[in-house]
Design a binder for this molecule. Structure first.
Ligand code: FAD
Length: 386
C-alpha cells in the first residue's frame, strides 16, 4: 500500500529496494530462508551492489545526511525481508560509527569493504547482566598491555555476530569518573581473533539473522583496534542513538505495513456468509485504525529524519517515532493475526513472521519504556523517574 506521505525521492528508493527483493528474494525464498534460519547472502550482495549500504557514508568515509534515505530502505525491507532489515540497521550503525570515529586506516580496512558488501560488522554492547543499564553493569574489560589491549568478558544478544568480519565491542577501560557513561572504549575486533568465541542463541524471531552470545577470552588487539577516543566510547555511541531510533522506527513501520497489506489481501479473498470478510465493518474498522496509527508513526518518522538530515535537534521526535512505530507494528501484526483466523498460525503465511519479528523493536536498541522515560524528561520537563 503506498503512503500519501511518500515524496518522489522516498518512493524512488523504495521502488529500487522493492525491485531487488522481487528479483532476488521473492516471498517463497524469504519464507524458505526464515524457516531454515539462514542469512540471505544473495539479497545482501544485491542490495550492497545497488549502493544501499553506502547511504550514510561518503567515499572518504565521512558521515552524510541520509536519515530519510535509510528510512526508505529499511521500511521497504521491513515490509518484506524483515531479518535483512535488522541486519541493515546494524550495518548502518557500523557505517555511522566508522565514518564519524574511524581513522583513515580503519575506514580503508573496514568501512570501504563494508559499503560494497564485503565484511559485515556486528555491534556488541549488551551484556548478560542487562542492556538498559549496560554501562553500570558492564563487566567486559580491556586493559592496556604492551602494544595494545587485552579484552575479557561476554556480550549477549549480538545480531549477526556469527558471520561478521569485525565486531564493534564496548569494553570498560577505566572506572567511571563523574559522568556515569565515561570509562568505556569502542574496539574494532576481528571476528577471527584468537580468544573470540561466538555461539548462536535460539530465539523466536528474526530467524534470518543470527542472534549470538560472544565471549572474549584474553583477546589481544593492537592500538589500531581502538575506535574513537579511549574512555569516550559510550559518549560516541550516544551520538548515533538518534539514527538508531529512527532506523528501528523505519523497520517497525515496514513490518506494520507488510502486515496491513497481507491482512487486506486476505480479507479481500476470504469468504464468510457468502461475501468477503473484508466487507464486515468490524474488520474494516480494526484495519482502518491500524492504518491511521501507521501513517501517524510514518509522519513522525519522516519529520524526525528530515530534522536530523537538516542538522536540527531530532532527539524527542526520534524517540516519539520509535515508540509510535513499535506500537503500530505490534497493533497491526495482532490485527493481521485476528483477520486471518486460524490461518494466522500457519507458517505458510508471512503474518506469523511479522507478528514474531515486530517484537524486536519494542525493546531494541532501547526499550519503549526508556523512550517514554526520555520523552517525559526531555519533552514534558518531568523529573527523571529512575
Ligand atoms: C534478537 C535480538 C537482537 C539484538 N541485537 C543486539 C545487538 O546487535 N547488539 C547489542 O548490543 N544488543 C542487541 N540486543 C539487545 C537489546 O538491545 C536489549 O535486549 C535491550 O537493550 C534491552 O535490554 P535487556 O534485554 O537486558 O532488558 P533489561 O535492561 O533487563 O530490561 C527489562 C525490562 O525492564 C525495563 N526497565 C529497565 N530499566 C527501566 C527504567 N529505568 N524505567 C522503566 N523500565 C525499565 C525495560 O524497559 C524492560 O521492560 C538484541 C536483543 C535481541 C533479543
Amino acid at each position: 500500500m503506498s503512503s500519501p506521505l511518500d515524496r518522489p525521492e522516498v518512493e524512488e528508493i523504495k521502488q529500487i529496494v522493492r525491485d531487488i527483493v522481487a528479483k532476488v528474494s521473492p516471498p517463497a525464498r524469504i519464507h524458505e530462508l526464515d524457516e531454515a534460519e539462514t542469512y540471505d547472502e544473495a539479497l545482501w550482495t544485491a542490495l550492497a551492489e545497488a549502493g544501499l549500504v553506502q547511504l550514510g557514508a561518503e567515499s572518504d568515509g565521512s558521515a552524510s545526511a541520509s536519515h530519510l534515505s535509510q528510512a526508505a530502505v529499511l521500511e521497504e525491507l521491513g515490509a518484506s525481508a524483515t531479518s535483512m532489515a535488522v541486519s541493515f540497521v546494524v550495518q548502518y550503525m557500523g557505517v555511522s560509527l566508522l565514518g564519524k570515529h574511524g581513522t583513515a586506516e580503519q575506514r580503508a580496512r573496514v568501512l570501504e569493504p563494508l559499503v560494497v558488501g564485503e565484511g559485515r560488522v556486528a555491534f556488541a554492547l549488551t551484556e548478560p547482566d542487562g542492556g538498559t543499564d549496560v554501562v553500570r553493569v558492564m563487566r567486559t574489560q580491556a586493559e592496556r598491555v604492551a602494544d595494545g589491549w587485552r579484552i575479557r568478558g561476554a556480550k549477549l544478544w549480538i545480531s549477526g555476530a556469527i558471520d561478521c568480519k569485525h565486531l564493534i565491542v564496548l569494553a570498560r577501560t577505566s572506572e567511571s569518573s563523574g559522568s556515569s557513561v565515561s570509562g568505556v572504549t569502542m574496539f574494532l575486533v576481528p571476528r577471527d581473533a584468537a580468544g573470540v568465541s561466538v555461539s548462536e542463541l535460539n530465539t523466536m524471531a528474526i530467524h534470518g539473522l543470527s542472534t549470538c552470545e560472544v565471549g572474549f577470552d584474553d583477546v589481544l588487539v593492537g592500538e589500531d583496534a581502538v575506535l574513537g577516543e579511549v574512555d569516550r566510547g559510550f559518549h560516541q555511541v550516544l551520538g548515533t542513538l538518534n539514527g538508531e531510533r529512527l532506523n528501528a522506527a523505519a523497520v517497525a513501520v515496514g513490518i506494520g505495513r507488510g502486515a496491513l497489506d497481507a491482512a487486506v489481501d486476505y480479507a479481500t479473498a476470504r469468504q464468510a456468509f457468502g461475501r468477503p470478510i473484508g466487507t464486515f465493518q468490524a474488520l474494516q474498522h480494526r484495519l482502518a485504525t491500524g492504518a491511521i496509527h501507521l501513517e501517524s508513526a510514518r509522519s513522525l518518522l519522516y519529520a524526525a529524519a528530515t530534522a536530523a538530515d537538516t542538522g536540527e535537534d531530532a532527539a524527542v521526535l526520534s524517540a516519539m517515532a520509535k515508540v509510535a512505530a513499535s506500537d503500530a507494528a505490534t497493533e497491526l501484526t495482532d490485527t493481521g493475526m485476528r483477520v486471518m483466523g486460524g490461518s494466522g498460525l500457519s507458517r505458510e503465511y508471512p503474518m506469523q513472521r511479522f507478528f514474531r519479528d515486530a517484537r524486536l523493536y519494542t525493546f531494541a536498541p532501547l526499550t519503549d519504556e526508556m523512550m517514554r522515560n526520555f520523552i517525559a524528561e526531555r519533552y514534558l520537563g518531568l523529573p527523571r523517574s529512575y
